[in-house]
Design a protein. Structure first.
Length: 559
């Protein structure tokens, strides 16, 4: 949300970045790549894509423009899909490879999953890209890719080469996953679990299918398929896959009908004002609960204590300190908490954890420390929100922890304009869909946008803009979109002197109830005390009000 009460200007556009992740594994004495292309159909001269696959079915083989031969790849990027075309090949462990290719278009990328990438902008002529990498000590497959960028027009690629020795001759498929079963469902998701497969070398992934379509790929033996339609029957199967690309036969099929939509939504409703133990004369959480009826708190903030290590405010241990004592008191009083990971300032986990897997590991430490039902990632500022690489890393990490923790709810909190998501908010939503991250709640912060006096009108307009974006991105109806929305306001005076009075907050809460949204929060309980004329400070609202008045109003949120 913020710390401590900093004004947050909304920057619009930033230069496109690139991923540059190091492949894990041994680096000593790697093998030397031989000059042989291990890719199949590298110049697309077969006239078909296979074995390349492209997201969104946006790839095709064209006759012009080509670099050599008579064919090339065309990737028709859209506003929500980068038309990523990839091919997985067998490789040798601890071996150096060079990936190269010729591309044409605005912002075209070439790279290897989990490893290095590079890009160029060459709209009018083919330009060569090249990147080198070394496989890990036990790595036997690599997935190379080429893609464009959102709304930047069709890109073209030709003569893609992966120079190095071919990989394993393993042809034995894993055994079939057994006992596929449903472990939970909502109106928009189904959680699945199954028994592990075995393989002569090792199982590297499980591919989850809905009917004939692969919808997820996970490393463990559970997954949650999200973005589903309410009151709809789905049939799921799972196949195991090894590093050489051998896939098992399909598991037993499981048919599941999602819950009804409408007012039921996702079944997740949370009134959870922010409580910050770092400053602002933190009140007794249990006393406020007794006075107001509030049951949930959003506890701020989880930051990096150095590298990819989570801690309260980046300095207090996850467990054993005052934070745990307060959480214990909240739970003893019949309540619970959702941690806020990130915020406006401080050293955050998103930029410090180098991969989605590492970031998911940091989130898992927080989940395990408190047996959490939900986590909130407050994604702000240029280091996380306005950073495409870190956005994708956070979404990838949330997808992993959701698959590994059936029933866990994931919340994203981010800024907004008075009419709905900004460029970066729209990108975050589009990427959540493209990566199948399964986000349960998209929470906007409708304040500090220079919105003037009408905080009710601006909040409603911003939320309606978010609803419209969710509908167009996910294909949801109004009720389903509202059920994935949260509002996180600021009580009293905001940093930009925007005034939200108790009466205004009551109107916002009533509107939120009438639309059956999922979450209502505000910053913060520390400030939910009167100090008319006191300005924007940490321990009171700057206006005339009763103690804990905004918290009492929020407790009336039922969704």
């Amino acid at each position: 949300m913020r710390t401590p009460l900093l004004w947050r200007p909304r920057r619009l556009f930033a230069l496109l970045g690139t991923a540059a992740l190091a492949l894990a594994g041994a680096v000593a004495l790697p093998g030397t790549a031989q000059a042989a292309n291990v890719l199949t159909n590298p110049g697309f001269e077969s006239g078909a894509l296979s074995p390349w696959s492209c997201t969104g079915n946006l790839g095709s083989v064209v006759s012009s423009p080509v670099r050599t031969g008579g064919k090339a790849l065309a990737g028709a990027v859209s506003s929500s899909d980068i038309a990523k075309c990839s091919q997985t090949v067998a490789v040798r462990p601890n071996t150096a490879y060079t990936l190269s290719g010729w591309v044409r278009g605005s912002y075209v990328y070439l790279g290897v999953d989990g490893g290095s990438s590079t890009w160029t902008s060459s709209p009018s002529a083919y330009s060569q890209l090249s990147v080198s990498f070394t496989t890990g000590a036990s790595q036997t497959s690599a997935t190379v890719y080429v893609h464009g960028w959102y709304a930047q027009g069709t890109y073209y690629a030709d003569d893609i080469n992966l120079d190095g020795p071919g990989g394993s001759s393993d042809t034995q498929a894993p055994t079939v996953p057994s006992s596929l079963r449903s472990t939970g469902k909502t109106s928009s998701s189904v959680s699945l679990a199954w028994n592990a497969s075995t393989d002569n070398v090792g199982v590297t992934a499980y591919d989850v299918y809905s009917g004939p379509n692969q919808v997820l790929s996970v490393s463990g033996t559970s997954a949650t398929v999200s973005g589903l339609a309410a009151s709809t029957a789905y049939t799921f199967t799972v196949r195991a896959r090894d590093a050489a690309g051998n896939s098992s036969a399909a598991s037993n099929a499981v048919s599941v009908t999602t819950d009804a939509g409408g007012g039921g939504g996702t079944g997740f409703k949370q009134a959870a004002p922010y409580l910050y133990l770092g400053w602002g004369d933190p009140p007794s959480a249990s006393s406020v609960m007794s006075s107001t009826g509030i049951k949930w708190y959003t506890m701020a903030f989880i930051l990096s204590s150095g590298g990819c290590n989570p801690a309260w405010d980046g300095s207090r241990p996850l467990t054993g300190g005052n934070d745990q004592s307060v959480i214990n008191s909240i739970r003893s009083a019949g309540g619970d908490i959702v941690p806020s990971i990130g915020g406006w300032s401080g050293n955050k986990l998103g930029p410090n954890c180098s991969t989605p897997e590492a970031l998911a590991g940091a989130y898992q430490k927080v989940i395990d420390a408190y047996g959490l039902k939900a986590i909130d990632v407050d994604i702000e500022n240029t280091d996380e929100f306005e950073n495409a690489t870190v956005q994708d890393r956070i979404l990838g990490a949330l997808k992993i922890v959701k698959a590994n923790n059936p029933g866990l709810r994931t919340v994203l909190t981010f800024g907004t304009s008075t009419t709905g998501p900004t460029y970066w908010g729209n990108r975050l939503i589009e990427q959540a869909k493209a990566l199948n991250a399964g986000i349960d709640v998209f929470t906007i912060m409708p304040f500090d946008f220079g919105g003037g006096a009408d905080m009710y009108g601006n909040t409603v307009n911003a939320t309606e803009g978010l609803k419209t974006k969710l509908k167009s991105t996910f294909g949801w109806d109004d009720a389903t979109a509202y059920a994935h929305i949260g509002i996180s306001g600021m009580n009293g005076l905001s940093d930009q002197q925007e005034l939200t009075s108790p009466a205004t907050w009551t109107s916002i809460r009533d509107w939120a109830n009438s639309r059956h949204i999922a979450r209502l929060a505000f910053w913060s309980v520390n400030r939910d005390r009167p100090c008319p004329g006191g300005g924007v400070v940490s321990n009171c609202s700057g206006i005339s009000q009763s103690n804990w008045q905004f918290t009492s109003i929020t407790a009336g949120f039922t969704g």
